[in-house]
Design a protein around this ligand. Sequence first.
Ligand code: 89Y
Length: 341
Amino acid sequence: MKKIKFAMFGTGFWANFQLPGWLELENIECVALYNRTLSKAESLAEKHGIKRCYDDPAKLLENEELDFVDILTDVDSHLKFTKMAAEKGLDVVCQKPMTPNYKDAKDLVRICKENNVRLFINENFRWQAPIRKVKEIVGSGQIGDVFKGRITFCSAFPVFDNQPFLAELDQFILTDIGSHIFDICRFLMGDAKTIHCEIQTINPKIVGEDVANALMKMKSGAHCYVEMSYASILEKEAFPQTLVLLEGSKGSVRLDADFVIATTTKKGTKSGKIDPVIYNWLDPEYAVVHSSIVDAQRDILSGLQGGIAETTGDDNFKTAQLVWAAYESAKTRRIIDLDTF
Ligand code: 89Y
């Protein structure tokens, strides 16, 4: 099979994990890195044996023979770099959140379509091993038809230490974690029909909101309550785990802290534990997330090779739509209908 060649745009925090994540896969080669501060690209390149680095994105696109670009620069530049790559006929893999606003998300998807290139969003939370297991349990029919879900991501982990720019965002938790958690909701419960959301800012040192609570009515008729917070000082700090409770007509499934999954029916409860694969390059504090990068990127690679992938631009646009509809709901104090948003 032909080796797929790509360049990575952006060598910040997540590049340290996404690059080795790609390198775990067969038939793929990273040929160049771009970063506006060249020295940062060079130190990542040296670590992983990448031959060329650039601080001029146009020059990189001119000089290198590529099949796709993986864009993980600041969110404000996703659209600009997507346009540059798409106009050269290159497929695009873009970091979540797609864009800093709803209009740009529509443009990002449209530009890729107009240039006839594939677009994938590097969304990995739905690829976490325990989340896949929950989906498998629901799919097996053991808990019957799901009528209610609670998806929780509440923590006091100091995220701003590793990613200081998050503290400066006008819109923080819904774009940063909401993009992942709404995607998990869609993955487990299908698409949403309506959303109502309330937000708060608790940490006085940050600009955006750090608490968001949303209630969705899913197209299936099920209700989904989503809690997100980076201000929650809890007995059990579970960062970066997403906790899940799904209730169905025949039982329930609960994903608890430390990857314990309990399935309950009228016959009783069965429990098990699903640990993530531990790679030597991952940061143990982010283990379950970093590990899922490999599975997410394996799926995207199959999409780039012409197969079917889950996190396409069109699919992830529905997740982005939930993020922007949640802000609209919080601002207007209204329930937002996704079909007309
Ligand atoms: O940026 C975020 C992400 O994608 O996963 C966790 C995180 O690093 C902080 O919320």
